[in-house]
Design a protein around this ligand. Structure first.
Ligand code: KIV
Length: 275
């Protein structure tokens, strides 16, 4: 799409309808310029709680707050035109009760202009998803590896192998039945991901799942090679911004130390008053 073409913003029901169409291209974003780069290429922009790890240096997503999500969500909204915007509900903002989830989801939508929220959990979160969707808050579910639960899952492990397969399938069916308009499948085995995709009437968005999912999502800093603390198997680096960025900082430091930057083209001529 050209930058001047009229851009109509996508909605949760458009995304739901893409179950039978082209794959749904999803990326995370946390800032206005990054969101602007996505306008012509991406269908769904997720303000993920991964922001805590990739921008704030937190060890996991558990320390992310509502205030952080509101700040980054509002920044992303200012940059977006066509993609639909989904925002993550941070750990501790929705698990206690459906009423608490509604209060926090409404704040996220009011303060950021997000079109939908995402929350982690399957069967255990079905009542909350039902409560939110019945009160006009579209919900993207997230099952399989749910990073906010690493302490009970015992780390970032593949979910749904062997005996665990039925549990993940039950989670998928529960979030669909509760009214989620789509569901992220994270780190679920390929065959199970395909089976869930076929069994559900709502789109599946895979991350470390299967090319057969209805869409894919990656953390933008991972795919740009900007976040290099670690690289999960499911990440493909489409860029080398981390290496390029460090190279640029080194070149700048060298030029400042050699007094070759700023050059004559970067400074301003004097206007000396005539005596
Ligand atoms: O927080 C996040 O970025 C996510 C995606 C990885 C799905 O939840």
């Amino acid at each position: 799409m050209s930058a001047t073409a009229k851009q109509v913003a996508l909605t949760p029901s458009n995304i739901r309808d893409m179950k039978t169409g082209d794959p749904i291209v999803t990326l995370t974003a946390y800032t206005t310029p990054m969101a602007q780069m996505m306008n012509d290429h991406v269908d769904v922009v997720l303000v993920g709680d991964s922001v805590g790890m990739v921008l704030h240096g937190l060890p996991d997503t558990l320390g992310v707050t509502m205030d952080m999500m509101c700040l980054h969500g509002a920044a992303v909204r200012r940059g977006l035109t066509r993609p639909m915007m989904v925002i993550d509900m941070p750990f501790g903002s929705y698990e206690e009760s459906p009423a608490e989830a509604f209060r926090n989801a409404a704040r996220l939508m009011r303060e950021t202009g997000a079109d939908a929220v995402k929350l982690e959990g399957g069967v255990t979160m079905a009542d909350t998803i039902r409560f939110l969707t019945a009160r006009s808050i579209p919900v993207m579910a997230h099952i399989g590896l749910t990073p906010q639960a690493i302490n009970t899952l015992g780390g970032y492990k593949v979910q749904g192998r062997g005996e665990d397969r039925a549990r993940v399938m039950a989670d998928a069916k529960a979030v669909e039945e509760a009214g989620a308009f789509s569901v992220v499948l994270e780190k679920t085995p390929e065959g199970l991901s395909d089976e869930i995709t076929k069994a559900l009437s709502i789109p599946t968005i895979g991350i470390g799942a299967s090319a057969g999912c209805d869409g894919q999502v990656l953390v933008v800093d991972d795919m740009l090679g900007l976040f290099t603390a670690f690289k999960p198997k499911f990440v493909k680096r489409f860029g080398t911004l981390g290496v390029d960025g460090e190279g640029a900082i080194k070149a700048y430091a060298n030029e400042v130390r050699a007094r070759s930057f700023p050059g004559p083209e970067h400074v301003f001529a004097d206007e000396v008053p005539k005596k």
